[in-house]
Design a protein around this ligand. Structure first.
Ligand code: BG6
Length: 473
């Protein structure tokens, strides 16, 4: 392909999450979220017993988007973003998660934020829960293993759907819900303490999430006619390490462990393969009358997914989770980022085809990005050619996927502005087209600077992808 085939109203955008950008962690009535009690990133980190403010927690200030969103949105508009994905911090709306009444100041903040986006012609794309469950729901209820969370979540959904029904059309329920197995604290608000009950807890939490997801879909369609509400998975591809059938089948099973989540949420029923897994692991799922009908009747409208890289898996090797998917063996055909993530643009085309073939429902690439360290040149500019190269190669493959027949709603680059890394809690792992002056210890002016990639993405959007074919990087 040597021409751009992005549809006319393609949603070019950028994506962040509240806890990685907003800061203001205890301002205007916000309660603590799990992300506020972890110091070293959600992958390796665990919840502190108490939040100790003499220590550094990256999310507490993050990039202070809470107070600087107008300046940042003006920059997004200058880049030409058509949409912006962020999450609502659940604990801004319900500080403990189980409160009787919502926090008006929290609701007002998102009114202001969405108004500002809409003023600039930028469509908000909203994740309802992105690794930031109210801390109280973990401490008091044990997270999504507890069925009570369904009611708390649906109450939260009802409030935000009613409040923002005239402002937000695109929604997603749970960020990267398939991380339930590898990062259960982030995805399921579960502090796994007992290896013996690990799988039971994960599948019980998953069932509760499926019911909550379907109830949210039902409500969203009832309250906001014409809305689109998707599921969201981390879908970096998994390759077998060799053509040894053992490697091939184990890689397939691992992939299916992720696709289990979209299978249920897109098709509306539990697939047969899960029954064997439950039987062999003595898992029994508590359900209540009506659960399976709810799951069947209210399926997600689209598959939102993140894609950062591919992974290479060998049969029998231990599974190591990370934000971008599982970590695997070196793939000799691929280069890696400074954080060891293989760069695999073709994998994006593969995943789009894989998922579209499976469901024939629209796809939304809601995270794809390059985490690297940036340096200022002597003239004060930031020349981030590696990021531009990553972006271009992935978008060219996305263009191929569209030509392959995949229906794609849009593409939101992860971190159009530098934010805190979810995995490591670092600022140094930068994704942005806009640099934020802040280091890993929290020092810096928080000033924003446009990188070279800022101007490049602007060109790509302005030409609806045609500029990709003119790049020399
Ligand atoms: C995804 C998450 O897993 O990966 C984001 O949805 C996260 O929250 C992103 O930031 C990139 O991971 P990291 O660890 O580099 O921030």
């Amino acid at each position: 392909m040597n021409e751009a085939v992005f549809p006319e109203h393609f949603l070019w955008g950028g994506a962040v999450a509240a806890n990685q950008a907003e800061g203001a962690w205890d301002v205007d009535g916000k309660g603590p979220a799990i992300s506020d009690a972890i110091r070293n990133g959600i992958v390796g980190g665990s919840l502190d017993a108490e939040i100790n403010e003499s220590k550094y927690y990256a999310s507490h200030e993050a990039i202070d988007f809470y107070h600087r969103y107008k300046e940042d949105i003006a920059l997004f508009a200058e880049m030409g973003l058509k949409c912006f994905r962020t999450s609502i911090a659940w604990s801004r709306i319900f500080p403990n998660g189980d409160d009787a009444e919502p926090n008006e100041k929290g609701l007002q903040f998102y009114d202001n934020l969405f108004d500002e986006l809409l003023k600039h012609g930028i469509e908000p794309v909203i994740t309802i829960s992105h690794f930031e469950t109210p801390l109280h729901l973990v401490r008091e209820y044990g997270g999504w293993v507890n069925r009570n969370l369904i009611a708390f979540f649906t109450k939260y959904c009802e409030i935000i759907f009613k409040r923002y029904r005239n402002k937000v059309k695109y929604w997603m329920t749970f960020n990267e819900i398939n991380h339930m197995h590898t990062i259960p604290l982030a995805a399921g608000a579960i502090e796994l303490k007992n290896e013996d009950t690990k799988l039971q807890d994960i599948y019980q939490a998953s069932h509760n999430v499926f019911v909550a997801n379907s109830l949210a879909v039902k409500m969203c369609h009832e309250i906001i006619p014409g809305s689109q509400i998707g599921c969201m998975l981390s879908l970096s591809i998994i390759y077998p390490n060799s053509c040894n059938p053992e490697d091939v089948f184990e890689a397939y099973e691992l992939r299916r462990r992720s696709l289990f989540y979209s299978d249920v949420m897109m098709r509306g029923y539990y697939p047969n393969y899960i029954k064997r897994i439950w039987k062999e692991n003595n898992i029994s799922i508590h359900n209540e009358p009506g659960d399976f009908e709810t799951i069947r009747n209210y399926t997600s409208d689209y598959v939102g997914f993140s894609y950062y890289r591919s992974t290479t898996h060998k049969a029998g090797m231990p599974i190591q989770g990370n934000t971008g998917g599982i970590m695997g063996l070196d793939n000799p055909y691929l280069e890696k980022t400074a954080w060891g993530w293989p760069i695999d643009p073709k994998g994006l085309r593969y995943v789009c085809n894989e998922i579209y073939d499976r469901y024939q429902k629209p796809l939304f690439i809601v995270e794809n990005g390059y985490g690297g360290d940036d340096e200022f040149a002597q003239d004060g500019s930031i020349i981030d050619d590696d990021r531009i190269s990553y972006l271009n190669k992935h978008l060219l493959e996305l263009n191929e996927a569209i030509e392959d027949g995949c229906e794609i709603i849009g593409y939101t680059w992860w971190g159009p502005i530098d934010i805190v890394s979810a995995g490591t809690g670092e600022m140094k792992k930068r994704y942005g087209f806009i640099y934020v002056d802040k280091d890993n210890d929290g020092k810096g002016t928080l000033n924003r600077t446009r990188k070279k990639s800022f101007y490049w993405y602007k060109q790509v959007i302005a030409t609806n992808g045609r500029a990709l074919f003119e790049s020399t990087i």
